[in-house]
Design a protein around this ligand. Structure first.
Ligand SMILES: C=C(N)C(=O)O
Length: 128
């Protein structure tokens, strides 16, 4: 019997492609990358980088909770930015959502992100 399940919540944006919001495999949950889509409207948040980053972490939090955990169960995050000048801002906003000990993390600048987003965050949670 498979110990894999799909996580789905209306509190985070629906997938915009052929993927799930998260997949739970045993005690590990793989959270798809979140971009700043408002789950209520499926419109992009565009007013500022800070507003985008808050939306992204709110979305990730909703998926983490739908999976039966919280953001503090994340063991690894990947942050994708279109401009590394936003590195300090994303660190500050991330620090509102996590308490030490923090997850492992990588941050990258990329050429572009879906829907013109300036930030995307994906994660891995461990619920064991
Ligand atoms: C937004 C995404 N996670 C995607 O397109 O894969």
């Amino acid at each position: 019997m498979s110990n894999k399940s799909i996580i789905s919540t209306e509190n985070a944006p629906a997938a915009i492609g052929p993927y799930s919001q998260a997949v739970k495999a045993g005690d590990t949950v793989y959270l798809s990358g979140q971009i700043p889509l408002d789950p209520a409207t499926m419109e992009m948040v565009t007013e500022s980088f800070e507003a985008q980053a808050v939306r992204v972490f709110e979305n990730l939090k909703a998926v983490a909770e739908a999976a039966g955990g919280s953001l503090n169960d994340c063991v690894k995050l990947t942050i994708l930015l279109t401009d590394l000048d936003n590195f300090a801002a994303v660190n500050e906003i991330m620090s509102r959502y996590f308490t030490a000990p923090y997850p492992a993390r990588a941050a990258y600048a990329v050429k572009a992100l879906p829907k013109g987003a300036d930030v995307e965050v994906e994660g891995v949670m461990y619920l064991g």
